[in-house]
Design a protein around this ligand. Structure first.
Ligand code: FAD
Length: 343
């Protein structure tokens, strides 16, 4: 029988589903309705009761794998859980969020089931069969894939769909038993940067990009790296925006030039960096060259502040360009943000 299975998992609380999981549920519901194929949702969580209640109104068969062994991500237990869910659902199409937890095990499980996997899916189409869209060559080429192989696993990129928000009701749940292999890995805890020092915020509405101009000689002949750092962090503190950077700026540390200590290569946006998804983006002191701007593919509204009226942003790469001194503009913006917070 043809069936679609959406895999979901809980966040670090062990019981609440991740946003990306809820986005996958929306994709699954739309696809199942379009193809008129039964839908099942699989839940992996330490305690799946809250998640099942939240998904009861999705109108899907609910399968859960729960217990302490599934509180923490771990290859052996997660792969066993996902395999058991796929077998129980007799799934031909398996949709899963591209979280680190599922991205790690999905290819292995597809292999165990004799299936096939595609990753970084951004949209699902088709009325007769499944057509999956993804980007290639650093988001420059968009392709639509279809395959005969089943089960076909599709890992969905986060931020590409609405999160499912149903009403809570009493769920009918099938608890799936999992035969766990011997566990070699014990998760003893999680070490992560504290919220205050974390500048990469995938869920933020806005992206602020810092370019190399922040640490270059300014019209007064001086470098103002400390002031640059204060302005950028002041803006992030007031807006909770995510911080991106150009390659030139994050590379500077290695060249012995002035650096902004809160930036690392993880902040880099572009061809050899990331392609984040945010509703708005503001580029500052960045030239807007193609290898950088290609990372802006999924930024809704683009604005830039550059001293150079001939920079890449003014060549059609931004919606609005302020040809101005970013030190002055950001100082004014931060002051206005401070005033509006105070009032
Ligand atoms: C194979 C390859 C891959 C690459 N991958 C990436 C990538 O992933 N990401 C990436 O970013 N780059 C990448 N690059 C590098 C890219 O081509 C550019 O060199 C880089 O993006 C330039 O960074 P920038 O604009 O910050 O610096 P610059 O080119 O130095 O530009 C600084 C800008 O700041 C402006 N400025 C200075 N002071 C002020 C001020 N006070 N107010 C306003 N504006 C000011 C200047 O006018 C200038 O326009 C790649 C290059 C190659 C060859």
């Amino acid at each position: 029988m043809k069936s679609i299975l959406v895999l979901t998992h809980a966040d670090e609380t062990g019981s609440t589903l991740t946003r990306a999981s809820l986005e996958a549920v929306t994709s699954g519901m739309e696809l199942a309705a379009r193809l008129s194929i039964p839908l099942a949702i699989g839940i992996v969580a330490a305690d799946s009761s809250a998640a099942s209640t939240a998904l009861a109104s999705a109108g899907a068969r609910l399968l859960t794998v729960s217990g302490e062994a599934f509180a923490q991500p771990r290859y052996s237990s997660d792969a066993a859980a996902v395999e058991a869910l796929c077998r129980a659902a007799e799934a031909t199409i398996v949709l899963a969020p591209s979280s680190s937890r599922f991205a790690r095990v999905a290819a292995g499980v597809a292999h165990r089931l004799g299936g096939f996997i595609d990753t970084h899916i951004t949209a699902l189409g088709g009325t007769e069969t499944v057509e999956a869209t993804r980007w290639f060559y650093r988001q420059r080429v968009e392709a639509v894939l279809s395959r005969e192989a089943r089960p076909w696993f599709l890992l969905l990129d986060a931020g590409t769909n609405m999160a499912f928000a149903g009403y809570a009701s009493t769920p009918k749940v099938e608890e799936i038993a999992v035969e766990l292999p011997a566990q070699r890995t014990t998760v003893s805890g999680v070490r992560a940067p504290s919220q205050g020092t974390q500048t990469i915020r995938p869920d933020a509405r806005m992206l602020l990009v810092a370019g190399a101009g922040w640490t270059k000689k300014q019209p007064d002949g001086e470098i103002h790296a400390a002031e640059a750092g204060e302005l950028i962090l002041g803006f992030l503190g007031a807006t909770s925006a995510s911080l991106g950077s150009s390659k030139s700026l994050v590379d500077q540390g290695g060249d012995g030039q002035p650096v902004l200590p809160f930036l690392s290569h993880l902040n880099q946006v572009g061809q050899t960096g990331s392609t984040p998804r945010h509703a708005k983006g503001l580029s500052t002191c960045c030239h807007g060259e193609e290898p950088h701007v290609v990372g802006w593919r999924f930024i809704g509204e683009r604005r830039a502040i550059s001293l150079d009226p001939n920079c890449g942003w003014t060549h059609g790469k931004a919606d609005v360009v302020y040809v101005a001194d970013a030190f002055q503009v950001m100082a004014k913006v931060n002051a206005l943000l401070g005033e509006s917070k105070g009032s």
